[in-house]
Design a protein around this ligand. Structure first.
Ligand SMILES: Nc1nc2c(c(=O)[nH]1)N[C@H]1C(S)=C(S)[C@@H](COP(=O)(O)OP(=O)(O)OC[C@H]3O[C@@H](n4cnc5c(N)ncnc54)[C@H](O)[C@@H]3O)O[C@H]1N2
Ligand code: MOO
Length: 406
C-alpha cells in the first residue's frame, strides 16, 4: 500500500472520517487550580454560586442616605460614620447619612448614594446635595444585576482564558474541572535529520507541530528518529504511541525507498483510515488507527505538514476535547484569481489586511509545499475547492493563522 495513492479521498471525506474516529476518543475530566486553568477546556457547565453583586452595593465613594429623609431636610443630614467594603454595615440610623466607599454594602434603610464631590459637607458635619438631589436608587448596584445565583457562567467545551479566570475567581472558585489535555507524541524521521549526516537538515517540523499543538491545548512529547532504519523507526513509534491519545509523524510517508512510517505502523497493528487526500499541498496525508488511538502521518515538506496539521489534526484535537472542531473563519474580499486543478482542494497562504470594504485577501508568492517563510508572511489560509475558483472581488472565508486572530 505504501507506494499507492489509488485510494486517495476528497478533502471533506477525510475530514468526515477523522470526525468519526474522534467520536470514539474521549478525555476524562481532571481538576486543576484556577490559576493554571487558562488554555484548558471546561469539562462541565459552571453555574454561579452567588449572585453578582452579592448584595446592593455603592457604585461611588460618597454618602448613603434615605432619599425621602434628605428631601425633607433643609440643612442636610448629619453624617453618622463611614462604611468601607469588607465590613457588614450597621443599619442607617433614622434621619442620618453614612459615608460609604465604592463596593461597600448599602446599609439597610438607605436608598440613594451620591458621589462625595456632588455633596457639601458643613463644618457642623451635615451633608447635603451641592446642587441637585440625585434620584432615588441612584448610584446603587443592585444585588444580582450582573447575574443571579444559578446563572450559567460558562458552558462545557469552553476554552478558558483570562476572561473566564476572572469570572470564576469572582465566585471564589479555586479549582476547575477541565478536560484532560490530549496527549500527543510527535515523531520526526529521516537520515537527513542526523546532526552528523554529511548533508544534514534541521528538524523544523517537530518544533512547529509542538507549538501548534500546545497552542491548541495538547500535551506534547517529541521524538526524533534521525535515520532511515525501519526497525529503529518501528521501535520508537511503538514507544511513542504508548500512553498517548494521538501519534503524529512527519516525513517518511511518500513513495520513496526510505519512507517506512506506514509499514512500521502496520507492523504495530494499525489500520488505515485513509491513505492520501486530494489536496495540495499535503496529498500524502494518511491517518491510521489502532482501537481508539489515532496516528496522523503528515508529509515531511514543512508547508504541507503545517497545512495538514491546521486543517485535519487540530479540528480532531478540538473535537476530542469537546470543542467546536472548526476554528472560526473570517470573511475577506479576494484581490486575485486562482483556478484549482481538477478534483483537488488547494490551501493557499494569503495575507488578510483591513481594506476599504472589510478585509482584503492577497495571494502570497510561495515555492510550494516546502515553503516555511510564507507562513510568517501570511496571516490566513484560504481553502479553494475544485468547483470554487477564486475571482477578484469575491468574498471568501479564511482561517486565521495567528492564535489571537488577525
Ligand atoms: N514519486 C513521488 N514522490 C513524491 C510524491 C509522490 O506522490 N510521488 N509526493 C510528494 C509530496 S506531495 C510530498 S509532500 C512529499 C512527502 O514526502 P514524505 O512525507 O515522505 O517526506 P520526506 O520524503 O521524508 O521529506 C520530504 C521533505 O521534507 C523534509 N523534511 C522531512 N522531515 C522534516 C522535518 N522534521 N523538518 C524539516 N523538514 C523535513 C525532507 O528533508 C524533504 O526535503 O513527497 C513528495 N514526493
Ligand atoms: O503535497 Mo506535497 O504535500 O505537495 O508537498
Amino acid at each position: 500500500m505504501r507506494n499507492s495513492f489509488t485510494d486517495m479521498v476528497a478533502c471533506d471525506t477525510a475530514l468526515g472520517l477523522i470526525a468519526a474516529c474522534a467520536e470514539h476518543v474521549s478525555m476524562p475530566a481532571v481538576s486543576v487550580p484556577l490559576a493554571e486553568a487558562a488554555g484548558c477546556v471546561a469539562a462541565e457547565d459552571i453555574h454561579a454560586l452567588t449572585p453578582r453583586p452579592e448584595a446592593d452595593i455603592s457604585a461611588m465613594d460618597g454618602y448613603a442616605f434615605n432619599h425621602a429623609a434628605m428631601q425633607a431636610a433643609p440643612v442636610g443630614l448629619p453624617v453618622a460614620g463611614q462604611i468601607a467594603a469588607g465590613a457588614f454595615p450597621v443599619p442607617l440610623p433614622d434621619g442620618q447619612a453614612l459615608g460609604i466607599l465604592t463596593g461597600a454594602r448599602l446599609p439597610a434603610g438607605a436608598d440613594c448614594v451620591m458621589a462625595a464631590e456632588r455633596m457639601s459637607l458643613s463644618r457642623t458635619g451635615y451633608v447635603s446635595p451641592a446642587k441637585v438631589l440625585a434620584d432615588q436608587g441612584a448610584n446603587i448596584r443592585r444585588a444580582g444585576e450582573e447575574f443571579s445565583s444559578g446563572a450559567v457562567l460558562l458552558s462545557k467545551g469552553t476554552r478558558l482564558d483570562w476572561r473566564h479566570v476572572a469570572l470564576l475567581a469572582c465566585q471564589g472558585i479555586s479549582e476547575v474541572q477541565v478536560i484532560r489535555p490530549v496527549r500527543v507524541a510527535v515523531v520526526s524521521n529521516g537520515a537527513e535529520l542526523a546532526t552528523d549526516a554529511s548533508d544534514a537538515r534541521a528538524d523544523s517540523n517537530s518544533p512547529m507541530l509542538a507549538a501548534l499543538l500546545r497552542e491548541a491545548g495538547a500535551e506534547v512529547t517529541l521524538y526524533s528518529v534521525p535515520t532511515d532504519n525501519e526497525a529503529k523507526l518501528s521501535a520508537t513509534l511503538a514507544q511513542a504511541w504508548t500512553g498517548v491519545d494521538i501519534l503524529v509523524t512527519t516525513g517518511g510517508i511518500s513513495v520513496g525507498q526510505t519512507d517506512h512510517v506506514l509499514d512500521a505502523l502496520h507492523g504495530l497493528g494499525a489500520k488505515t483510515v485513509f491513505r492520501g487526500v486530494a489536496i495540495r499541498p499535503g496529498k500524502p496525508l494518511t491517518v491510521m488507527a489502532q482501537g481508539p488511538r489515532l496516528a496522523f502521518c503528515l508529509p515531511g515538506n514543512p508547508g504541507a505538514s503545517a497545512i495538514c496539521a491546521l486543517v485535519f489534526l487540530l479540528p480532531c484535537l478540538r473535537a476530542i476535547m469537546g470543542q467546536q472542531p472548526q476554528a472560526a473563519l473570517l470573511p475577506g474580499v479576494a484581490d486575485f484569481a486562482f483556478t484549482p486543478i481538477v478534483s483537488t482542494t488547494h490551501f493557499l497562504p494569503v495575507s488578510c489586511v483591513p481594506g476599504a470594504n472589510g478585509f482584503r485577501l492577497s495571494l502570497l508568492p510561495t515555492v510550494g509545499a516546502s515553503d516555511i517563510i510564507v507562513f510568517s508572511r501570511a496571516n490566513a489560509l484560504l481553502r479553494v475547492d475544485p468547483d470554487m475558483p477564486v475571482q477578484p472581488g469575491q468574498i471568501r472565508w479564511v482561517l486565521p493563522l495567528q492564535p489571537n486572530g488577525i
